[in-house]
Design a protein around this ligand. Structure first.
Ligand code: NMX
Ligand code: MLT
Length: 428
């Protein structure tokens, strides 16, 4: 048994003991009330599911295990996947074994490229990523084992296998999508001497600058997971709870991530910054920029990269990216505009329409695109693919642990307006 599998098994035993203790103390205890506004308002703030990979504190941001964003942001993505799924960082030997496993499973079947090359030339890269994963669904070992009648207690082990096969292929899949969609279509071979993020940087074929490889590492760490309620992770979890294998569940999660209010804000931020650069110049006057931002808001559009459903402070992931930019591309025009927006937008959002925006501060997307642009990845339609490569780690870890804990199909109750009205009448 690999160190990763052993680590997950031990983590599941620990988590199960915690859950047994919680149930013994108060299985019927109420932790959250749901009001009518929340039923119609996206369940905002409703505590309705357990997720033990990560947690988002509204005032201190993302924790993975006990580690703050600042404490884990210097790690390798492979170490992060270990932490998400086992609750601990790997030792050196376990890390090397994991990286070797990923290298052995990195080869993508030719039919995947045939599918992707058959698509219209202007297909969105997120469509290509979701489809690329789904096209391999027939490789699922979970599905084959389920059809043979495997025990429920083994589900997570086969989902771990599917996870390893999917994660291993993501750098080549993302690199190939970039080369097919934006380049000469020539695929750059996987380099077994490079780690997971190093291979992604390599197979994009954009920039062999060490700074770009460092950015890819940081990028794949910071986007990995964001507790269980974000659209992409929650979608993936709900789909996998029906025992749809991880190829279906990962593809579904990526489809959620492709939304402009979620992962696609990643690309929309750079589009926004480039429009400012084109219309107002590289160093716009503050008052002119304020007027521009208000025009965007008054036209009914959101300011991409700002706001959050849970956070009520500047996203620590934004801060990590900004610190990277200060060190590596402080004079880049897009980076400077992104910084200027950071000095202006929160104040505007705080006061706009009596402060209707619950969180006026930047989220993970407000800075990341400017850094990619600096290193020559100018096709911002591709940016969310990088977000997706990282987020698949969270999808896989959350679903492996949920299966290992025997969590059932997710199926909350919906009600009609009629039901709500009758409820209100009964309350008088
Ligand atoms: N610009 C303009 N208006 C905003 C913004 C923003 N950045 N954020 C929220 N609002 C509006 C929101 O549209 C709503 O308006 P209305 O009542 O007219 O529909 C009002 O403020 C209240 O919304 P909130 O409760 O503050 O935000 P909610 O929790 O509903 O949504 C987001 C959270 C992240 C979807 C929202 O802040 C947003 O649309 N941000 C811009 C898009 C973005 O950056 N998304 C990426 C999030 C992170 N990620 O990677 O997924
Ligand atoms: C994420 O990383 O998923 C985003 O910040 C959105 C969220 O947490 O809802």
């Amino acid at each position: 048994m690999t160190d990763l599998k052993k680590g997950i098994q031990n983590h599941l035993l620990e988590l199960q003991l915690e859950i047994d203790d919680i149930f013994a103390k108060g299985r019927d205890s109420v932790v959250s009330e749901v009001n009518i506004g929340q039923i119609y308002g996206g369940m905002r703030g409703v505590v309705a599911l357990a997720c033990n990979t990560s947690y988002v504190d509204p005032y201190s941001g993302l924790y993975i295990g006990e580690y703050t964003t600042d404490e884990f942001s210097n790690k390798l993505p492979e170490e992060i996947f270990f932490l998400l799924s086992t609750g601990k960082f790997p030792d050196k030997k376990s890390l090397l074994n994991f990286q070797s496993e990923l290298n052995q499973r990195a080869q993508i079947p030719q039919y995947v490229w045939d599918v992707l090359r058959s698509l219209p030339k202007d297909t969105h890269p997120m469509t290509m990523l979701s489809l690329g994963i789904l096209s391999m669904e027939n490789e699922s070992v979970f599905k084959k084992a389920y059809q043979k009648g495997m025990k429920k207690s083994d589900y997570w082990k086969y989902s771990l296998e599917d996870s390893m096969n999917i994660l291993a292929k993501l750098p080549a899949l993302a690199g190939g999508i970039y080369r097919i969609r934006f380049g000469d279509g020539h695929l750059i071979p996987h380099d077994p001497s490079l780690d997971w993020s190093g291979n992604l940087a390599h197979m994009l074929g954009v920039n062999d600058d060490k700074g770009f490889a460092d950015l890819m590492r940081l990028y794949l760490v910071l986007h990995c997971d964001h507790e269980g309620g974000n659209v992409s992770a929650f979608t993936s979890r709900v789909v996998n709870s029906a025992l749809s294998d991880l190829y279906y569940a990962v593809s579904a999660g990526l489809n959620g991530l492709a939304g402009p209010l979620h992962g696609l804000a990643n690309q929309e931020c750079l589009r926004f910054i480039l429009e400012i650069h084109d219309k107002l110049g590289a160093d716009p006057d503050e008052q002119v920029l304020r007027a521009y931002i208000l025009d965007v808001l008054n036209s009914g559009h959101v300011i991409p990269g700002y706001g959050h459903a849970v956070l009520r402070v500047t996203d620590p992931r934004f801060t990590a990216f900004m610190n990277f930019g200060e060190t590596n591309c402080a004079t880049n025009p897009c980076f400077k505009i992104a910084k200027k927006l950071f000095s202006i937008v929160p104040d505007i959002l705080m006061h706009y329409k009596e402060g209707k925006v619950a969180n006026p501060w930047p989220n993970v997307d407000a800075m990341s695109g400017s850094l990619l642009n600096h290193y020559g990845v100018n096709e911002f339609d591709f940016y969310t693919v990088l977000f997706g490569v990282s987020r698949v780690m969270g999808f896989c870890a959350q679903n492996i642990l949920a299966q290992g804990l025997g969590q059932p199909i997710i199926r909350p109750k919906s009600v009609t307006n009629k039901w709500v009205l009758e409820r209100l009448r009964a309350k008088g």
